[in-house]
Design a protein. Sequence first.
Length: 83
Amino acid sequence: TSLIKNEAVVTRAQWLEEAEKAELAGSPLTSAAIVKHTIGTDVEEQDQFRTWTEDAKGCLVRGSVATARAILSHALEVFPNKR
């Protein structure tokens, strides 16, 4: 992407923050798109489910229900046998 080409480093946490901002601005689909394309950044495969469920819990605490839902939806796509 152009961010990578220009060596602009946006962390996973920053992307999740942007997703929550999008939701709070009334754009839950934008939030979900951000989550879908960035949630796996810098997360080891063996840590994905735990990390993603923790991310979702944090979103819920902050009132970002749609962002949490997008994270959990992605987690269940990757790990369909986990609940």
